[in-house]
Design a protein around this ligand. Sequence first.
Ligand code: FAD
Length: 403
Amino acid sequence: MERGAGGEVESKIHFDDTEVAFSYKSDRELRRANFIFSLVNHPFISSIATSLAKAGLALRLPIKGMIRSTVFGHFCGGETIDQSDRTIQTLFKFQVGTIFDFSAEGEHNEAGFDKAKEEILKTLEKAKNNPAIPFCVFKSTGLVNAVVLEKVQAKQSLSKEETEAFEHFQQRVDAICSKAHAYGVPMLIDAEDSWIQNPIDELVYSMMKKYNQQKAIVFNTYQMYRTDMLDNLRNAFHNAAMHNYYLGVKMVRGAYMEKEAERADKLDYPNPIHPTKQATDACFNKGLAFCVDNKQRVSLMCGSHNEYSNHYLAVLMEKHSMKNNDPRIWFAQLMGMSDNISFNLAKAGYNVAKYVPYGPVELVMPYLIRRADENTSVAGQSSRELTLIRKELHRRKLSRRLR
Ligand SMILES: Cc1cc2nc3c(=O)[nH]c(=O)nc-3n(C[C@H](O)[C@H](O)[C@H](O)COP(=O)(O)OP(=O)(O)OC[C@H]3O[C@@H](n4cnc5c(N)ncnc54)[C@H](O)[C@@H]3O)c2cc1C
């Protein structure tokens, strides 16, 4: 760490070392990444490819193998927990942990929700006493119908089935958090749309009260693109202090900006999202500082691909004289994205983990399409991912020539 000109601390961590970033990838895997990001870089080609893939799977054409060996292989661990072993071990060889993410978007009925719960419990079995899997995660809408959550939030009356469905959801979440607590495996609970988030938050805080007495096991997610989120975070901290439990914080910017704006517009209420990217960024970085300031009670996972925020968190840790591997601070990115951040942080000794999605190819397709959309370029520029991949391909070519 160095002192900057203004006397502030600067982290020595850099994210531009592509040799470190892609050390876990063979030449073949790197060429595959180049192919995928070149494809998704063009909005038109990307949308045709995703439509063809969707149609091909719906018509049961034999295209699963092709998807498995391209996009699926790049962004996912495997179709099952056991099939993901190779990915887990490869990441762990470079001190990067796996956060198992059952990403199959399955049937939205009670049987489907029970099946999802069982699958999440299996991820906990796999993570038990396994340093390669430091966290597990779930999404509430994999365990209950979003319509029920929306009605609860809107304080609308529920039918008998809906009341039962909500109770079953609470029971499923408790069963998962109870096992996470028994195994000592922290559990992240993803944040979703603002109109269903309140009942999720309420339930998550009741789980924290129950299971975060000794350390943070249950983590709530804070979407800092929401204008109310910094206050929510502060209130959550004060409640944790008042009731004497640890607060688990996964901080993200938020993934559903367009949906939020559309609904607010349609139903004529103020958009809950910050009006500018700068405002979201400022709120995110203030949130990081708040968590580090309150590290006696807060455990933090920074879920971000933003280089500045990851760098800033490293700076905050240094300012607070925290070790790079302080167990209260984690950095997390998605598999197949921002390896320059993950692997450079891990090499410098920070705690890093990747969300590793898994599930049957056809059920993971919506997840893969979201990743394709996210990496589609604006105004014909190459995405950051593509630029880094090409830089590393070039570096490897030169180093082979010099050998
Ligand atoms: C490990 C991990 C876990 C995640 N879990 C969740 C989760 O549980 N729930 C969830 O919603 N998302 C989740 N995400 C996704 C996350 O919220 C972001 O969509 C994504 O990571 C992009 O944000 P960024 O911090 O990487 O950085 P950047 O690429 O710098 O920021 C992009 C984000 O900034 C915000 N933004 C962009 N333009 C504007 C604008 N004009 N006005 C206001 N804000 C703007 C949006 O949130 C956008 O996604 C997760 C991401 C990771 C890496």
